[in-house]
Design a protein around this ligand. Structure first.
Ligand SMILES: [Zn+2]
Length: 249
């Protein structure tokens, strides 16, 4: 397939994927974010991590805890996060947008981005004394997330409960506000850009930022998280919208 043909093909798949998710998002729209999420059967299971591996914020690498490119863009922070969040392994993944940003910023060959991602994940593992686990394959060559989860609980897992839309996950619980907001900025540029749904996000069907908050009022409540992200949302125009979801457990 020529490059142009490939892009055409990919564009068809992107359109189809958006359509496939439409009924779900119509339903979320109808009942509201909090009500939709809290009423999913077995939603409690979305708050049990199966492992504490550090992976990308990418919606195609669910489970565990997250930093963009496993921390490639904020390396100092990542080194601190590993012990603080009791990380037990480091992953890299195929087609990593954060690794591509890194390569671009450093004036390196963007086509080699995955190799820089692997190199960084191995370096972080060696520096912090945890294993490098795997270079994960992804199921699609484009971003199909219509949601970004801004997770104040540090326990949220998107692939464990049926009906939970796939989404980027920012592990706000283990980052300071500024680092987490930087990650949300990266998500926004990926989702709204050429590798995501891009112009399909409109004021009528925006990228949803779901602030996943602690039930405990002294913790990272969704109300506090929504205040924290409000400036970023304001700057994003109406193609990005923020909602709260308080964890049931
Ligand atoms: Zn990535």
């Amino acid at each position: 397939m020529t490059g142009e043909k490939y892009m055409e093909h990919a564009r068809d798949s992107i359109d189809l994927n958006w359509e496939q998710q439409e009924p779900l998002f119509r339903q979320i729209n109808e009942v509201g974010v909090q009500s939709y999420f809290e009423n999913l059967p077995q939603i409690e299971q979305a708050f049990q991590l199966r492992d504490r591996g550090l992976r990308c914020i990418d919606e195609r690498t669910p489970g565990g805890l997250h930093m963009a490119g496993s921390g490639i863009l904020d390396q100092e922070r990542a080194v601190k996060l590993v012990p603080e969040a009791q990380i037990d392994g480091i992953y890299s993944h195929e087609g990593c947008g954060a690794a591509a940003f890194f390569a671009k910023q450093a004036g390196l060959d963007v086509l080699q981005a995955d190799n820089y991602g692997i190199e960084w994940a191995k370096k972080l593992a060696a520096e912090t004394g945890v294993p490098y686990v795997d270079h994960r394959k992804v199921d699609k060559p484009f971003h199909y997330a219509r949601v970004a989860y801004y997770d104040g609980t540090g326990r949220f897992n998107t692939d464990s409960v049926e009906g939970l839309p796939p989404g980027f996950v920012i592990s706000r619980r283990f980052l300071d506000a500024q680092s987490a907001l930087n990650e949300l900025g990266i998500v926004r540029s990926i989702a709204l850009g050429d590798h995501g749904f891009g112009l399909k996000f409109t004021p009528e069907s925006p990228l949803l930022v779901v602030a996943v908050g602690d039930k405990n009022p002294s913790g990272n409540t969704s109300e506090k998280l929504l205040v924290e992200i409000s400036e970023l949302l304001k700057q994003s125009g109406k193609r990005v919208a923020g909602y709260g979801f308080t964890a049931p457990v």
